[in-house]
Design a protein around this ligand. Structure first.
Ligand SMILES: Nc1ncnc2c1ncn2[C@@H]1O[C@H](COP(=O)(O)OP(=O)(O)O)[C@@H](O)[C@H]1O
Ligand SMILES: [Mg+2]
Length: 286
């Protein structure tokens, strides 16, 4: 909770402080409007306030955010992935979403690192299902090139990494085999157990090369992964196994991996967050 409060203040300043102050009242209002009981916040929060709850007898999730624009985008993405192995959107209002709760809802992070191979099969299966979602009408979602344009700006990142990331992203964009609707942030904590299967939460909704999707899993869970001695070996194995299962060239996966680590570094700088692990990742996998 301390970490969450600090994130909100770093990102939104005084507006964030006021939002944190009004949070108990907001929760109470949404609970009344949507008839929610048994509200329990999660303890792994970063930038959004997420609670499990019950609506009448239905298990639900209440997600509240100071970033209304990002919530609207998430709502759009949840609708686009409906019926494609993503949780369903039940309702939306101002700065809150009411979402289907995954049950039992264990994160795939629990498989790290003893069951890494199994986790890769699970993530690959989920990627295949998500990418069957119909490509939405034009302009509804950004293209990965819109996100990656940040790399062409002046950034406080050593030029050897930045230039390599720019060259690789240009190459990857030019040689992209097709466009699909991507989840856009498919790391371990966004993959939850549901009935006897696995389901995605928290989609960003972005259009682009299917191979782009794999990198979020490969670099996560980021601090834990990078603090174990054989991280490099694990990453290499992950790349090969994903390449084999998803019939994707391993070089493309590795290249996206590098480009996205530099992009995450750039986002961290933009948001005034500590880029330590993205920097470390980039240095280790250059
Ligand atoms: N639909 C859901 N079912 C079960 N747990 C969920 C669900 N949505 C979110 N959670 C829990 O809340 C956490 C944060 O939610 P998430 O939507 O990923 O927020 P953020 O956008 O801040 O990453 C998740 O890691 C998970 O533990
Ligand atoms: Mg998440």
């Amino acid at each position: 909770m301390q970490h969450f409060n600090q994130n909100i203040i770093n990102l939104y300043g005084d507006k964030g402080k006021n939002w944190l102050h009004s949070l108990p009242k907001l929760i109470q209002e949404y609970a009344e409007d949507w008839h929610l009981t048994q509200l329990t916040p999660f303890n792994n929060l970063t930038y959004n306030y997420v609670l499990s709850a019950v609506q009448n007898t239905k298990p639900v999730i209440l997600k509240i955010s100071p970033d209304i624009e990002s919530l609207r985008k998430e709502a759009n993405a949840l609708r686009a992935f409906a019926e494609h192995s993503c949780v369903k959107l039940y309702a939306e209002k101002d700065d809150a979403l009411l979402i289907e709760r995954a049950i039992p809802g264990q994160s795939l992070k629990n498989y790290f690192n003893l069951r890494d191979e199994e986790a890769i099969y699970i993530a690959s299966d989920l990627i295949t299902k998500l990418h069957k979602a119909p490509l939405p009408i034009e302009n509804q979602f950004p293209h990965i090139s819109d996100w990656l344009a940040l790399l062409d700006q002046d950034l406080n990142i050593p030029s050897e990494y930045l230039q390599k990331a720019r060259d690789l992203k240009n190459h990857l964009l030019e040689t992209s085999p097709k466009n699909v609707l991507l989840h856009g942030d498919l790391h371990h904590d966004n993959i939850l157990s549901h009935s006897n299967d696995w389901i995605a939460i928290d989609p960003k909704g972005i259009i682009g090369d299917p191979a782009y999707e794999i990198a979020a899993f490969i670099r996560n869970p980021i601090p834990d992964l990078l603090t174990i001695p054989n991280a490099k070996e694990i990453i290499e194995k992950r790349i090969q196994l994903f390449a084999h299962i998803l019939k994707t060239p391993s070089q493309r996966i590795a290249q996206w991996n590098f480009v996205q680590a530099v992009l995450a570094w750039a986002w961290a700088l933009e948001d005034d967050c500590d880029p330590f692990y993205f920097k470390k990742f980039t240095e280790t996998f250059k």
